[in-house]
Design a protein around this ligand. Structure first.
Ligand code: 5GP
Length: 191
């Protein structure tokens, strides 16, 4: 079965909804990881960004890392993940930005080393979910600080009824979401 259809079916079958428009896909993406399935997702990202130069995949810890690592095998490039930090004294060796967390309702700082993100890079940003776009905007900010190019953003599950997709489209950056959730009203998943 085609990966997009499979993803849709797994969301409908396995995902659980929580208050605050949160969807949990712990059985295959966010806790237990179905690596074979992620492989198909990685291939799909490669197909969607086939015309793009990608020197690095950029993601954010923690749930983006597994997806990014599997996808990177098809792009033949390294993965760089923005690390969450609690340190107040941010070193001059890192680029830093603030991200509002959708699931925790707080803000946190994330950093990447200047050594690993440079002006010559063309990054593909990958994450598990797109809600209000704050994680992607933070990653785009880090790339901009480094003078790197953003080749595009690849998302496994976009919640299209939230503001993120519009915000990213406004930046002019190519956005590819493999599944789009139209609504989660009353806990009913409408893909
Ligand atoms: P955004 O920054 O777009 O508001 O939210 C995206 C980030 O929050 C992602 O990194 C993801 O981990 C988390 N997130 C947002 N919505 C959901 C959701 O419904 N389920 C899960 N598991 N994570 C979410």
């Amino acid at each position: 079965m085609a990966v997009l259809q499979l993803l849709k079916e797994r969301i409908l079958k396995d995902a659980k909804t929580f208050p605050g428009n949160i969807l949990k896909v712990d059985s295959f993406l966010n806790h237990q990881i179905d690596v074979d399935f992620l492989c198909e997702i990685g291939k799909e990202f490669k197909k969607r960004f086939s015309g793009c130069t990608v020197t690095k995949i950029l993601t954010i810890e923690s749930s983006g890392i597994g997806i990014a690592c599997v996808a990177a095998q098809f792009f033949k490039c390294p993965v760089l993940f923005a690390k969450k930090t609690k340190t107040k004294n941010i070193s001059s060796d890192v680029y830093q930005t603030k991200v509002a967390s959708y699931t925790h309702g707080t803000s946190y700082d994330v950093v990447v080393s200047k050594e690993f993100l440079t002006v010559g890079d063309s990054v593909l940003i990958i994450d598990d979910f797109l809600a209000n776009g704050q994680a992607l905007l933070g990653l785009i900010d880090l790339a901009n600080q480094a003078g790197a190019t953003v080749a595009g953003c690849g998302i496994v599950i976009e919640k299209s009824f939230q503001t993120g997709a519009e915000l990213i489209k406004k930046t002019g950056i190519k956005l590819e979401s493999l599944a789009k959730i139209k609504s989660l009203d009353d806990g009913v998943i409408f893909v």
